[in-house]
Design a protein around this ligand. Structure first.
Ligand code: RB5
Length: 155
C-alpha cells in the first residue's frame, strides 16, 4: 500500500503526526505538503492527493484541513475518488467495509491526535466487504461516468 497525504495550514500538526504513524506502521507514503502554516487553499492540496489516487500512483489518500469538509468536497470532484470525512472509529471501519473509500479526510479543529491516529489505523487496516456494497458503488460510478441516476442493478 502507498498513501498520498496532504494538508492545508489548518491540518499541518495532525498531518505530521499521521506521517509518524505511517512510518511506525511501515507504510510507504508520498507527502504532498503544505510546507508551513502560511495560509494556502485546501483544494490545491486535495487535488494533488486525489490525482495520485485516481491515477493509481497511490492506493489511498489522507487529507487534513481545519474541518476536513473542504478537503472532502474538493477530493470528491475528482473521478474515481470516494473521499470519506471521518471523525469517529465506527465510521472509519464502516466506510472502508461499505464504501471502499480511497481517501480519508479529517479536521484538525474537530478531533485530537489520539483519535486521528486510531481512525487512520482502522481505516488503513480494514478491507472492503464487496457483495451488496459493490452494486451500490457501481451506481455511483455510473452517475460519475455518464450521469446515470437510474435505479438499475449491475448487469
Ligand atoms: C482554513 O481556514 C479552513 O477553511 C480549511 O482548513 C478547512 O476547514 C476548509 O474546509
Amino acid at each position: 500500500m502507498k498513501v498520498a497525504i496532504a494538508s492545508d495550514h489548518g491540518g499541518l500538526t495532525i498531518r505530521k503526526e499521521i506521517i509518524s504513524l505511517l512510518e511506525e506502521m511501515k507504510i510507504s507514503y508520498i507527502d504532498l505538503g503544505c510546507e508551513s502554516d502560511t495560509s494556502v487553499d485546501y483544494p490545491d492540496f486535495a487535488f494533488l492527493v486525489a490525482e495520485k489516487v485516481a491515477k493509481g500512483d497511490a492506493s489511498r489518500g489522507i487529507l487534513i484541513c481545519g474541518t476536513g469538509i473542504g478537503m472532502s468536497i474538493a477530493a470528491n470532484k475528482v473521478k474515481g475518488i470516494r473521499c470519506a470525512l471521518v471523525h469517529d472509529t465506527f465510521s472509519a471501519k464502516a466506510t472502508r467495509e461499505h464504501n471502499d473509500s480511497n481517501i480519508l479526510a479529517m479536521g484538525e479543529r474537530v478531533i485530537g491526535i489520539g483519535l486521528a491516529r486510531d481512525i487512520v489505523k482502522i481505516w488503513i487496516e480494514t478491507s472492503f466487504k464487496g457483495g451488496r456494497h459493490e452494486n451500490r458503488l457501481n451506481k455511483i460510478k455510473r452517475c460519475e461516468l455518464n450521469g446515470d441516476l437510474s435505479k438499475k442493478e449491475s448487469e
